[in-house]
Ligand binder design. Sequence first.
Ligand SMILES: NC(=O)c1ccc[n+]([C@@H]2O[C@H](COP(=O)([O-])OP(=O)(O)OC[C@H]3O[C@@H](n4cnc5c(N)ncnc54)[C@H](OP(=O)(O)O)[C@@H]3O)[C@@H](O)[C@H]2O)c1
Length: 258
Amino acid sequence: MSGTRFARFTGRTALVTGGGSGIGRAVALAFAAEGARVVVAGRGRTALDETVALAAAAGGEALALVADVTRAGDVDALVRETVARFGSLDVAVNNAGIFRGAGPVADVPEEDWQTLLDVNVTGVFLALRAEIRQMRSQPGGGTIVNVSSNLGPHKQARGLTAYGASKAAVSALTRGAALDHIADGVRINAVSPGPSDTAMSLRPGESPADRAARMKELSPLGRVSSTEEVAQAVLYLASDAAASVVGTDLVIDGGAVL
Ligand SMILES: NC(=O)c1ccc[n+]([C@@H]2O[C@H](COP(=O)([O-])OP(=O)(O)OC[C@H]3O[C@@H](n4cnc5c(N)ncnc54)[C@H](OP(=O)(O)O)[C@@H]3O)[C@@H](O)[C@H]2O)c1
């Protein structure tokens, strides 16, 4: 691809769940810009197609596959289809996630709790399982980056306990799976973003300008992280430069207090 400073992923296939928006889209475009064949997955076809079009417009190669990460059949088919199309699965980024269940624990509806666990925890487990099974069976193995959060594994804040608990599980899955499978040639790590430039970090009714003012006051860095900044951390962990980085959880939160 012209105008690229590095092309660390030429000839490799990268799968990004939740690749139709936000951090996942930035990750997908960053991999495509560095030569990877990218598969973006999620539930909404239109958003995925937009990411594919953006990658193509920048000279990259991407494919959209509809899949719900809470369904084992979808996730297994996603990995199968990726390999059928591109020959291998070298990099996977388990980024699909949701925010629900704000409020003190006593007021969190069971339905919100269950949905959080289904998407943020079971979704990552099912994806890890399918990806590892593929990667350990192919020459060269593979590498996986899970998208966790600063909230839960690293910090806690009032009213965000349910989401934080789901993300603490993602970080625990990352560390455990990394130890289980490094000897199989599968290297697993996580990134833990703080408030980032997507709709997820907006409070109810808050505009991006309101959020910027809140960040100026609350965040030591004074702003949210851009999705590109999070993407570059993911690419580092997936790159050969991180070959001895196993089971780490890289916090990207501008020193955020929450
Ligand atoms: N933004 C932040 O401040 C922040 C901070 C810390 C951590 N994170 C984490 O970063 C990740 C990306 O978040 P974001 O801010 O980029 O939000 P986002 O734009 O809402 O992205 C989430 C993506 O996940 C997909 N998704 C949701 N449920 C799914 C399911 N069941 N199956 C497949 N895909 C599903 C969504 O697509 P569909 O709805 O079309 O399926 C969407 O593309 C999440 O794991 C989030 O928890 C974000």
